[in-house]
Write a protein that binds this ligand. Structure first.
Ligand code: 5AD
Length: 360
């Protein structure tokens, strides 16, 4: 946030009017978004936002929360993003890959727990060639015909995305991280570009995937103007899913000493996203659960409707360390289904056995 942004005054009447209009019209002018995103929320404004967000969610999805089994299948990465513990330059990162049989065994376990979406997430790992990715996707779809497969394996060629789609992949997650090219430069090495990343998202959507974008809240150098650039990018893209969580430092990265993003900022942005994109699938992310013990519950209360429990084999979970303290046990672990149901229930929602597709 810049000094100027810190000085933005919230209207004397509070943010209630802006929230009501955002709920009605699903968008606001830049200057209004600046006021809505300004720091210093009153309890009343917060509750106005969260209850409007829950109402918007309930109109499309009722009280249902969808689960996605997250399989972190490779911790190898050729990229060097400054924020991420898996960056290529981190010689201390523990690297592993899961083979196809192990991935299928994870799905089997997830299926028995009632999960009907499997998210294959990994670093940008060239070992997983197009042929290998297609073979894994096809094997999962052959064995679990009633399940959705989501890929989250970074920036690839259009032809590769098409091949995975043809092999049966249903969805793709690729956070843009920031839609502003100058801010993007602050977070990524010169060989990566904001423009290419956004291009990938547009390509994925055109191919026919349900597409998820998103960002880290409070990443180093992020301003309110950057967040608004993301909101505008999302308005153009029309994502089916939007993943946000606080930035959290990792000790072996250039951002080791940068401050973490805040839970409050994350919850406010979740509520705003719910009002702007009432049909979107919005996860209460692991990072939100990591920054505070009841982060997930509060995320659901702010309008989220997805949780992604960890389905990776227990032996590798600690190795997929994107940031320090990353949760992988308790309600985070897929096998701890009862704990998860308690969290969801405590937010007035219920878990269902469903693929949980986007409802347009
Ligand atoms: N803090 C929070 N989120 C992070 N991610 C990567 N590193 C961090 C971090 N240090 C997020 C990125 C990426 C997703 C898989 O994890 O947004 O897209």
């Amino acid at each position: 946030m810049t000094d100027e942004e810190r000085d933005v005054r919230v209207p004397a009447s509070g943010r209630a009017g802006l929230i009501a209009r955002l709920a009605r019209e699903r968008t606001l002018a830049d200057a209004e978004l600046v006021r809505l995103l300004a720091p210093g929320w009153s309890e009343a404004d917060e509750q106005a936002l969260f209850s409007a967000a829950r109402e918007a969610r309930e109109r499309t999805y009722g009280h249902v929360v969808y689960l996605r089994g997250l399989i972190e299948f490779t911790s190898h990465c050729r990229n060097d993003c400054y924020y991420c513990g898996l960056r290529a330059g981190n010689a201390h990162a523990e690297r592993y890959r899961l083979d196809a049989d192990t991935i299928l065994a994870c799905c089997e376990q997830g299926y028995d727990l009632g999960l009907r979406t499997f998210v294959l997430q990994g670093g940008d790992d060239p070992f997983f060639s197009d042929d290998r990715v297609c073979a894994i996707v096809a094997a999962i779809k052959a064995r679990f015909a009633d399940c959705a497969v989501t890929l989250s394996i970074g920036e690839r060629e259009h032809a590769s995305y098409q091949a995975y789609f043809d092999a049966g992949a249903d969805r793709y997650l690729l956070r843009e991280e920031t839609a502003d090219p100058v801010h993007y430069r602050r977070l990524h090495p010169p060989e990566l570009s904001c423009e290419h990343r956004k291009r990938c998202l547009v390509d994925l959507k055109a191919i026919g995937y349900q597409v998820g974008c998103g960002l880290m809240v409070g990443s180093p150098g992020q301003t309110v103007a950057d967040v608004i650039a993301d909101l505008r990018f999302m308005e153009r893209l029309g994502p089916h899913m939007i993943g946000i969580g606080p930035f959290l430092p990792h000790h072996d990265t250039p951002f080791a000493h940068e401050p973490a993003g805040s839970m409050a900022d994350t919850l406010h942005l979740l509520g705003i996203l719910r009002l702007m994109f009432p049909h979107a699938l919005l996860p209460a992310t692991t990072a939100l659960g990591t920054v505070a013990a009841d982060g997930r519950r509060l995320g659901l209360l702010a309008g989220a409707n997805v949780i992604m429990p960890n389905l990776s084999p227990a032996g590798v979970r600690g190795k997929y360390l994107l940031y320090d303290g990353k949760l992988c046990s308790g309600a985070e672990a897929a096998e701890n289904h009862a704990a998860l149901e308690r969290v969801v229930g405590s937010a007035g929602c219920e878990v269902v056995v469903s693929r949980g597709d986007y409802v347009g």
